[in-house]
Write a protein that binds this ligand. Structure first.
Ligand code: SF4
Length: 337
């Protein structure tokens, strides 16, 4: 049974310019022990999707879904109290903006200890000390140099990078079943980024923690994830096992992302233009008719004024009338997303 199984999730936002569909008919499945990468540029709806999974919607959101199953239970049927309990115990998130996600009035050490489960095998008078030692160990594992000093510091006394590491320590100390990491290495130097990804990978392997890793860097995600889903303008464009998707992308947007990765074995000349799609992602109030990638797509044809359905072939999903390396879905085989 999948850990998380979402079908046709749509998030509408009430904005001063009217109602917009920020996420439309998104389906996502995460299996136990899987690292699932969600790649897409800013504004593609990745973070909204993560917040909808956790049950922390904004005040102007309307969420609809055919189903959002968590270990066989429909999250849509749960009360907000039940959702909060789930978030505190089985799901955790590393937010993009660590400073505003930490409580500035409570020291870092206390915030980590609050998130940790109790070791009930110990007598009660030893549990607090045990938590304190483990909190310090987690800080050390995520790359905080002076863990003891940071334990007693307040978030506003720390740099962005240190706050990010504290956020990660809080999330992993909770020992969740699903960890959602939204750009977890933002504002970190390259060496620490590698250290964080290694830590997440180790958590996944040793404690079977499933991870939804959200980033705009396809290259990084492809190194760490078992499966990838590619999002553009609020919709899933393509999804599949990482190795297959990288070797043979079906969707023009996935191919464009791959073409955009610099070839380090063959250095380009100074000021060489990189391969990019023309134009930019559409504003949600002005979405094109039909396929959302249409105005930027090198493969676009007349048929693309009709929105493509999500097509399912073996272990791969893609939403395109004219995929690369593959036949388009005929109407009978279309899987309505
Ligand atoms: S449906 Fe058409 S416009 Fe959309 S990605 Fe495929 S070829 Fe491009």
């Amino acid at each position: 049974m999948p850990l998380l199984d979402i079908r046709n999730l749509t998030i509408e936002l009430n904005t001063p310019h009217g109602r917009v569909k920020a996420v439309e008919r998104v389906s996502l499945t995460i299996n136990p022990g899987e690292i699932h990468g969600l790649v897409g540029e800013s504004g593609s709806g990745r973070s909204l999707l993560a917040r909808a999974i956790l049950g922390i919607p904004g005040h102007n959101w309307t969420i609809q879904a055919d189903r959002m199953m968590w270990e066989g239970q429909n999250l849509m049927d749960m009360t907000s109290k039940e959702r909060r309990a789930l978030m505190g115990s089985e799901m955790a998130m590393i937010f993009q903006d660590p400073i505003s996600s930490l409580d500035p009035t409570i020291s870092v050490g206390v915030q980590i200890i609050e998130a940790m489960p109790e070791n009930r095998t110990l007598p009660w008078w030893k549990r607090e000390k045990d938590k304190r030692v483990k909190a310090q160990q987690w800080l050390h594992k995520v790359g905080v140099k002076d863990a003891q000093k940071v334990m007693g510091s307040y978030p506003w006394e720390l740099s962005d990078g240190e706050c990010q590491k504290v956020m990660i320590a809080i999330a992993v100390a909770n020992q969740p079943k699903l960890l959602i990491a939204d750009e977890p290495t933002n504002s970190m130097e390259v060496r620490t980024q590698a250290q964080i990804f290694r830590l997440l990978s180790k958590l996944n392997q040793l404690q079977n923690v499933s991870i939804l890793l959200i980033s705009h860097e396809l290259e990084t995600l492809s190194q760490w994830c078992d499966r990838l889903s590619v999002m553009y303008s609020g919709q899933i464009m393509e999804s599949g096992p990482t190795s297959e998707l990288i070797a043979q992308p079906y969707h023009p947007y996935t191919k464009a992302l791959l073409d955009n990765i610099p070839d380090y074995s063959n250095p380009e000349h100074h000021k060489t233009m990189m391969n990019t799609l023309p134009g930019s992602a559409p504003a949600l109030q002005h979405l094109p008719i039909g396929c959302r990638l249409g105005p930027r797509c090198p493969q676009a044809q007349k048929l693309c004024v009709n929105q493509p359905n999500l097509c399912h072939q073996k272990d791969r999903y893609f939403a395109c009338h004219f995929p690369y390396h593959n036949e388009p879905c005929n109407d009978e085989s279309l899987t309505k997303s």
